[in-house]
Write a protein that binds this ligand. Structure first.
Ligand code: SIN
Length: 476
């Protein structure tokens, strides 16, 4: 039996375990961690019903009380951080150090929105008729649904659920069937904190398209927040049209990382290591392609290669491993094919990659990649890094922007003028200048173009769960 040395979460896992059901697999060992009872479509319907009742009662509470309960949830997440992180590494694979960082990151949204709960301000608008007074108030959108991915089993839930609850909404969460345990544990802690059980609940299911169809087609659900691929996001948007449901979409990315010839190369290498290899490259904001100015290319690679050689792939629970497994064998094979094709098109390996068992994949640096090669135009989601040489600012900006994606982008320069010019020219929702890790609860996370709609985190994250009501008082 799965044991975390945490009496509260161990008791939960014992309660959830069934002899035959949805198997949760450890991607590092391919062993079954636990079997869970899957939610039937009928039970999802009951969850939505119960959430509708709970949401009305919740919305009627004071913002101070909602804030207090969210704060307690935050404290419990922090108290149980080691068990949550261990569970995350077991079901997702990322090194324990990164899982702990995700617990801190994921909890930070709960703390932030506990504070923001009190700031859902409306407006007093000067009326254009003397006998009228015009105000706006902000009200919760109602019952919401979240569909969340496996790469951040906690943070992608708290980044949606915390603002929803802060605004006075309820939420049913469908986590990836690959990583339901962290979700179940986090939501259990929310209930222990005093957040009503039916207000926030988890759907455990591998029937993703059926559940997606049910959630998008349900009139009781007023808003869908999704993090995942652009392909699935488009399907969910189409399905949501039938009920004119509000949607927030955090979709794919193809992040460029540009190093200009006036950059601090040591800092740029640091930034790239953090941005490219976090979660073994499996994040939407991970660097997908590296652009090096011809004048600094050799010097940069001379600093980068020894750093990449130090990366050690292995079980995330073992000390010293910095690259966990990929989520599936299919993900690894897909990358191997893309690398083979790039090599056939003229790319060159900078280091000889080791052959690793199971879901593990070594870092692969591909030099002499050109913009015409197919690999540049795919979201890689793994430790493979194509490298393109450039000589001119406009040329590199054009290459960086030539994608349907527009989530995160990064560049390194010591020139203030270039920093302003390039950050304004990049067609992305987020730009890191001399910084490779930009995700934080205090800033609006989100993309443009086919990378999504809406923003998460920050003040804007609360807006996603509020409706503005205009009230006109006449006859004065
Ligand atoms: C994601 O990959 O979807 C989220 C990454 C982040 O929050 O930094």
């Amino acid at each position: 039996m799965l044991q975390l040395n945490d009496p509260i979460l161990d008791a939960l896992l014992t309660e959830l375990a069934v002899s035959e059901g949805l198997h949760v697999i450890n991607p590092a060992t391919q062993e079954t961690l636990i079997s869970l009872e899957p939610s039937s479509l009928k039970s999802v319907d009951s969850q939505i019903d119960a959430c509708s009742v709970a949401q009305k009662e919740w919305a009627a509470r004071s913002t101070k009380e909602r804030a207090l309960l969210l704060k307690r949830w935050f404290e419990l997440l922090i108290q149980h951080q080691m068990a949550l992180a261990t569970l995350m590494t077991l079901e997702q694979g990322k090194p324990l150090r990164e899982s702990l960082a995700e617990v801190t990151y994921g909890s930070s949204f709960v703390e932030w929105f506990a504070e923001e709960a009190k700031r859902a301000y409306g407006e007093v608008i000067p009326a254009n008729k003397v006998h009228q007074r015009i105000t706006t108030i902000r009200q919760p959108v109602g019952v919401c649904a979240a569909i969340t991915p496996w790469n951040f089993p906690l943070a992608m839930i708290t980044r949606k659920a915390a603002p929803a609850l802060a605004a006075g909404c309820g939420m049913v969460v469908k986590p990836s069937e690959l990583t339901p345990l962290t979700a179940l544990a986090a939501v259990h802690l929310a209930h222990l904190a005093g957040i009503p059980e039916h207000l926030l609940s988890v759907i455990v299911s591998a029937q993703s398209s059926e559940v997606g169809e049910l959630l998008t087609g349900d009139k009781r659900i007023k808003k869908l927040s999704f993090t995942g691929s652009t392909r699935v996001g488009k399907i969910l948007m189409q399905q949501s049209a039938s009920t004119v449901k509000a949607v927030s979409m955090e979709l794919g990315g193809n992040a460029p990382f540009i190093v200009f010839d006036d950059a601090d190369l040591d800092q740029a290498v640091e930034g790239l290591m953090a941005s490219k290899f976090r979660n073994a490259g499996q994040t939407c904001v991970c660097t997908n392609r590296l652009y090096l100015h011809r004048n600094i290319k050799d010097a940069f690679l001379a600093k980068l290669i020894p750093r990449v050689e130090q990366l050690k792939a292995g079980n995330g629970l073992e000390e010293g491993n910095s690259l966990g497994p990929l989520i599936s064998i299919a993900a690894k094979h897909r990358l191997e094919v893309l690398v083979e094709e790039a090599l056939a098109e003229g790319a060159q390996l900078l280091m000889t990659p080791q052959s690793l068992p199971g879901h593990f994949m070594p870092p692969i640096l591909l030099d002499r990649v050109t913009h015409q090669m197919d690999i540049i135009h795919h979201e890689l989601f793994g430790p493979v890094l194509p490298i393109v040489e450039f000589t001119d600012d406009d040329e590199v900006i054009a290459m960086a922007n030539d994608t349907e994606y527009g989530l995160a982008s990064y560049f390194y320069t010591e020139s203030l003028k270039r920093a302003v010019r390039v950050s304004e020219a990049l067609e992305y929702g987020m730009v890191g200048i001399n910084e490779g890790l930009i995700s934080t609860e205090v800033a609006p996370f989100g993309g443009i173009k086919e990378s999504g709609l809406g923003r998460e985190g920050a003040r804007q994250g609360l807006d996603e769960f509020l409706e503005t009501k205009y009230i006109c008082l006449g006859d004065l």
